[in-house]
Design a protein around this ligand. Sequence first.
Ligand code: TYD
Length: 216
Amino acid sequence: MTAGVRSGLWVTLEGGDGAGKTTQAAALEEWLRGEGREVVRTREPGGSEVGMLIRDIVLHHRGDIAPRAEALLYAADRAHHVETVVRPALARGAVVIQDRYLDSSVAYQGAGRVLDAAEVRNLSLWATGDALPDLTVLLDLDPAAARGRLDAADKPFDRLEAEKVDFHERVRAAFLGLAAAEPDRFLVLDATRSPDELARDIRDRVGAVVGDAAGN
Ligand code: TYD
């Protein structure tokens, strides 16, 4: 994070719906707790009380939401979440493991809803005072395979999940483009690999960063 004093570590997980972010966040949390670290596991949208209200609108409102309004709602959730949850956790030295952050807005609202990517990113940077994670894990998965996983889970689709496959193909391409533009921040993994293999790669990378932060 570029603004503000911090001593913790901030890891975000990104990828299409059904890529396995929740499984990997849980595995990373378990490992870090075993290492004796304080872990704050959180998500966007909905990582705060206000965020839960916004999450309900963006995911479950019946009917259209104008693309710019949708982008602003995610940014509002993000502003409150970073200020009230993420910054305090980092300031006291915790590891924050976060399901989705601003890269999701650039991919879903930018490429998916076809808003200008730089504008969407700048909106989130304004909302958060330029906060960027130390590491972003991108679980990359073909939308057709992801759709199979979501169907198998047999849960009703939310507003974004219900979008057509070409929307999700644009989202995937945008995530890969973001990762290519910031190779130091991103770790890109093939989400068709086994959960254990993915967890090991994520642990290796986080372990290296935690080691660096401790001066090892
Ligand atoms: P998520 O919590 O990952 O869904 P689930 O609970 O089903 O795993 O994300 C909710 C949806 O919100 C997801 O389809 C992606 C979308 N989203 C955006 O469109 N923009 C954003 O900025 C964020 C954070 C999420």
